[in-house]
Ligand binder design. Structure first.
Ligand code: SAM
Length: 392
């Protein structure tokens, strides 16, 4: 098939993303449905039903269940009504309270649904948030998060929701209030951290979650992490310094300093380059453990700066320690708990770690991390007069 022909048949990924219509392939829909542990299932709902992939999988598992499907897309709804006449369907902008109120009978489902399935729209760029009201309380977060939280209102006690969500939903500050709410009314579990690869047309940073309503976990911690116990013996301290110098703002003016971007963290060491920056730009004085803030983190990128001062790009974070021995111990704890550390780099586009996620993770590894005071300006005597040279 020619490229032109193919693009006529299959909408471009950007177009699909724009319409929030990346439908779930049947194999993934079946896997999602198989994760539901509810015993008795009479009513199943999907409030962003699309072509009905998730509900089809549910119907195969529970053939006699009542199926309730809503979607904002009228054309999609017409197709569903034609092809699945037994389902109860409604056109509804689920994020809009007035639209929900207009759907006759929707209220009757509140607190009565046994299983909710969702692959909600993901598009919610940057700091954009959606405000919703649940149980008379105002909450804010991502669009996908708002779908999940609003959908839980329809679950009966003991009912479960399974959903494909942007990976960032589990860790982002943006969705903190939503996760907190869910932790107060039930138990939230991550059941697959990387199901995005299962989509045929596009790779998404997506995770599968399961939420059970009622009997919240004793500690309202939405995601449970279990670091290896042997590493928790000695308490360590460090100060976190987040770089600020943007690469695209380097313009060859200012004073020459040793400089570390994430590309300078190589083979477990640092090979700093020299850049001209404003003398007040934030830097770090070794001993420190440097790690990328944005992008792919690998064990080779955990680099110990034994001594000397380097200016940090905004893609690098430094953990300043009292000695190189502490740096090495800190690095060993991160390597021994790599899965947890790797997962802390979340985000639907580029993966990144936030300072609060890093602090929380370090806390579970017995490391007390505080943000360094902003007194990190490089001093004249530490200017870089030479390039290259491995620091550790
Ligand atoms: C990612 S698709 C998933 C469809 C289907 N559940 C599946 O898994 O294949 C998301 C669906 O959400 C619908 N949608 C987007 N915004 C919506 C809104 N505010 N209210 C209800 N549905 C919405 C889109 O029309 C689309 O069908």
């Amino acid at each position: 098939m020619s490229d032109r022909r193919q693009s006529a048949v299959r909408p471009a990924v950007s177009e699909l993303l724009h319409r929030d219509s990346i439908f779930t392939p049947p194999s993934l829909a079946n896997r999602l449905v198989s994760c539901l542990r509810v015993r008795s299932v009479n009513v199943v709902a999907d409030f962003a039903a699309g072509a009905g992939a998730l509900l089809d999988a549910a119907q195969s598992r529970w053939p006699t269940s009542r199926i309730f499907a809503t979607d904002i897309d009228r054309a999609q709804l017409r197709t569903l009504r034609r092809d699945r006449p037994a389902w109860i369907t409604a056109n509804c902008d689920f994020l809009n309270e007035r639209s929900r109120r207009r759907v006759l009978g929707l209220d009757a489902f509140k607190g009565n649904v046994d299983a909710v399935l969702l692959n909600p729209p993901f598009s919610c760029i940057g700091a954009t948030t959606i405000s919703i009201s649940v149980s008379g309380r105002g909450l804010r977060g991502s669009k996908a998060g708002a779908f999940v939280v609003l959908a839980t209102e329809y679950l009966r006690k003991g009912g479960e929701l399974v959903a494909i969500v942007p990976s960032s939903f589990l860790t982002s500050e943006k969705d903190h209030a939503f996760r907190q709410h869910l932790a107060e009314i039930g138990t939230l579990d991550e059941i697959d951290s990387s199901c995005g690869a299962d989509f045929e047309s596009v790779t998404l940073h997506a995770a599968m979650i399961r939420f059970r309503k009622g009997k919240p976990a004793a500690v309202p911690d939405p995601i449970r992490v279990t670091p290896s116990a042997s590493l928790l013996s000695a308490r360590l301290n460090c100060s976190i310094v987040r770089g600020v110098q943007q690469i695209h703002s380097l313009n060859n003016s200012g004073v020459a300093f040793r400089f570390a971007h994430s590309t300078e963290l190589r083979d477990e060491g640092i090979i700093p380059r020299v850049e001209r920056v404003r003398p007040s730009t934030r830097s770090v004085l070794g001993p420190a453990l440097l790690l990328p803030r944005v992008g792919a983190v690998t064990p080779q990128k955990l680099a110990v700066l034994a001594r000397g001062r380097v200016v940090l790009s905004d893609c690098v974070i430094a953990l300043q320690c009292d000695s190189t021995a502490v740096c090495q111990e800190l690095k060993a704890r991160l390597l021994a708990n790599w899965d947890l550390f790797f997962k802390a780099y979340a985000g639907t586009g580029a993966r990144y770690i936030t300072i609060s996620r890093l602090k929380a993770l370090l806390g579970t590894l017995g490391v007390v991390a505080v943000s360094a005071q902003p007194d990190q300006a490089p001093h004249a005597d530490q200017r870089a007069f030479q390039t290259g040279g491995r620091y550790a």
